[in-house]
Ligand binder design. Structure first.
Ligand SMILES: Cc1cc2nc3c(=O)[nH]c(=O)nc-3n(C[C@H](O)[C@H](O)[C@H](O)COP(=O)(O)OP(=O)(O)OC[C@H]3O[C@@H](n4cnc5c(N)ncnc54)[C@H](O)[C@@H]3O)c2cc1C
Length: 246
């Protein structure tokens, strides 16, 4: 469950996510871009969540018991090293994980990309003679390709928050972002659009899934009906969560 920031405005982006983890516990993360960062103070945690676009998560955590102190991270930079473009590369040496590309953790992509990197390395090495001096460079290129989708999403989004430092995205990236934003809006009322969007955003499927013919038509048509103004949570679900009816 999340209350997402709205990029593109003049104010910092602030949000909260809430995920179930092992042992019946929940991981709750508040976040803010430059100028709107949350503090380390446990006392400010719920207040921060309550000031967002919707108070649902604040309501849910209001009666919850914190099991740890607030843990703070300021490592939100997107940083990529293009090892695959170097003129010379040592044989038998391949870089994967955050050392290739590290992402703003708000997107939750780092470990998934590390796994995709490892799969690319495995696939490149399969059936090859390990002594081949060109193999490491081939593997490094394959690893780089698996970082592209998460990288485009992170930098393409973060640059729109006030104070972000980096290159402005080129025109194709801006067009793609406009398309994805329309897809998000359409997806609020059309599950046939939500599914491929989530598949791509969770790195489960390639970006091409955004442009399947049936999907493009639905996105271009836009949402049929009014997008909801409230989270799609039923009265029964509110009761289970101990929330008062709205
Ligand atoms: C706050 C936060 C939340 C995150 N949340 C998510 C999430 O929800 N989902 C997700 O997929 N990803 C998330 N990530 C990203 C994820 O943690 C990283 O993508 C992942 O840990 C990268 O793995 P790695 O092995 O490449 O690097 P690391 O996990 O950083 O491992 C590198 C290791 O190398 C060691 N090291 C460094 N230098 C040396 C040296 N000179 N000699 C010996 N050892 C050295 C380090 O101590 C470290 O143990 C988050 C990151 C942060 C900061």
């Amino acid at each position: 469950m999340s209350v997402s920031p709205r990029p593109g405005g003049r104010v910092p982006g602030q949000g909260v996510t809430m995920h179930p983890v092992e042992g019946g516990r929940w991981l709750v993360t508040v976040s803010g871009t430059r100028g709107g960062e949350p503090s380390r103070s446990a006392g400010d945690f719920e207040t921060f969540a309550r000031r967002l676009r919707h108070p649902l998560v604040a309501d849910l955590i209001a009666g919850a018991e914190p099991l740890t102190d607030v843990l703070l991270s300021r490592s939100t930079i997107n940083r990529r090293r293009y090892f695959e473009r170097l003129d010379r590369w040592p044989g038998g040496f391949v870089v994967i994980g955050d050392a290739v590309a590290a992402y703003n953790p708000i997107y939750g992509h780092g470990m998934s990309v590390a796994a995709l990197n490892a799969a690319a390395l495995r696939d490149t090495l399969a059936g090859q003679v390990l002594g081949d001096p060109r193999l490491a460079r081939r593997a490094q290129r394959a690893v780089a390709r698996t970082a592209d989708a998460a990288w485009s999403m992170a930098v393409g989004e973060d640059i729109h928050y006030p104070g972000a430092i980096g290159e402005r995205p080129p025109v194709p990236a801006r067009l793609l972002r406009g398309y994805v934003q329309r897809m998000m809006l359409t997806g609020t009322v059309d599950p046939a659009v939500t599914r491929p969007l989530l598949d791509v955003m969770t790195l489960s499927k390639p970006m091409a899934g955004l442009f399947a013919p049936g999907v493009v038509l639905r996105v271009l048509r836009g949402p049929l009906g009014r997008p909801p103004t409230e989270p799609p949570i039923t009265a029964a679900e509110r009761a289970v969560a101990g929330l008062t009816p709205r």
